[in-house]
Design a protein around this ligand. Structure first.
Ligand code: C2E
Ligand code: MG
Ligand code: MG
Ligand code: MG
Length: 284
């Protein structure tokens, strides 16, 4: 009957919550340990300038090599870390590691910039801008070599505050991009107000792109709109040559995707860059 049911519910719900919390806490504990014992790594995926094929930058993507569970993709642990202050330590680690790698690459003649993904929680930290600027100083790099990728949702939490922070980062020459563009909220309303210089069209529009299909209109319009606002466009999730050619034809600025190169370790990325001589060629 009803009272038994509700009793059950009262007993059962907290148990589920506890389980969920314990599992979360365990994961966060392991992740904290992972940070301290070098289980985390960054892989790098190149961004290609479509007009001439030059490999101009890389995006740093976090990987967790768990001693028992093996490789855990970021989708499995970043969202959980984002619910705690651990995300600030992860981002600080990613920035430090990516900038150190960039210094090594540039010393070796690889003219790249590096992009690091930043979470809402990071932007909300009062000392975020200072910590990024301090890391650039530590590695003796100008802001222009660093790009921060922020998802649309991140701005919406507190738009005025976000704009202020992003402006301060942009004042240091840091490039800012909207990641996963088109999947978030009503982007058009604030697109003009945000001091971002790059828009990354979400891979859900690009992976299945066909010149005659419905998403082609969305991609075309996004490229035109971005250009009219003085911003550059990156297409994420380019998986074949036809999409690559199409994007180049509509004058999309950059492309990133498995077709050119999957995210790879720093060493593999350097080897690939050298073998391509810094330029991705469609028909080698
Ligand atoms: P994102 O920033 O949008 O990164 C692009 C994701 O798409 C990466 O997945 C990449 O491996 C994948 N990808 C690239 N090209 C293709 C393609 O042609 N086809 C397909 N199917 N996928 C492609 P990954 O590495 O699993 O990262 C997933 C998400 O996790 C990232 O999405 C980003 O939101 C988050 N993430 C990764 N590293 C970090 C980090 O260091 N900090 C933060 N805050 N988030 C991170
Ligand atoms: Mg990204
Ligand atoms: Mg994305
Ligand atoms: Mg994403």
């Amino acid at each position: 009957n009803a009272s038994t049911l509700s009793q059950h519910r009262v007993r059962f719900t907290p148990d589920l919550d506890t389980l969920h919390t314990r599992e979360n806490l365990e994961l966060l504990g392991e992740l904290t340990a992972a940070l301290l014992t070098n289980q985390l790594a960054l892989h790098y995926q190149p961004k290609i300038n479509l007009a001439d094929g030059r490999i101009t930058g890389v995006e740093a993507l976090m990987r967790w090599n768990h001693p028992e569970r093996g490789f855990i993709p970021p989708g499995k642990f970043i969202p959980r870390a984002e619910q705690s202050t651990l995300i600030d330590r992860l981002t600080a680690w990613a920035l430090d590691t990516a900038l150190a790698q960039l210094v090594a690459w540039r010393r070796d003649g690889l003219e790249l910039t590096v992009a690091v993904n930043v979470s809402t929680h990071n932007l909300m930290q009062p000392n975020f801008v200072d910590s990024v600027v301090n890391l650039l100083k530590k590695h003796d790099l100008p802001g222009q070599h660093l790009e921060l990728e922020v998802t649309e949702g991140a701005f919406m939490m507190d738009l005025d505050h976000s704009i202020d922070k992003l402006k301060r980062l942009a004042d240091h020459g840091i490039q800012l991009s909207i990641d996963d563009f088109g999947t978030g909220y009503s982007s058009l309303r604030y697109l003009n107000d945000l001091p971002v210089s790059i828009i990354k069209i979400d891979q859900s529009f690009i992976r299945t792109l066909s010149p005659t299909g419905p998403t082609a209109h969305i991609v075309n319009a996004s490229v035109t709109l971005a250009h009219q606002l003085g911003k550059k466009v990156v297409a994420e999730g380019v998986e074949d040559a036809d999409v690559y050619r199409y994007l180049r034809d509509i004058e999309c600025d950059m492309a990133q995707g498995y077709f050119m190169q999957r995210p790879a370790s720093a060493d593999d990325l350097s080897r690939w860059y050298r073998s391509e001589q810094g330029v991705f060629r469609l028909d080698p």
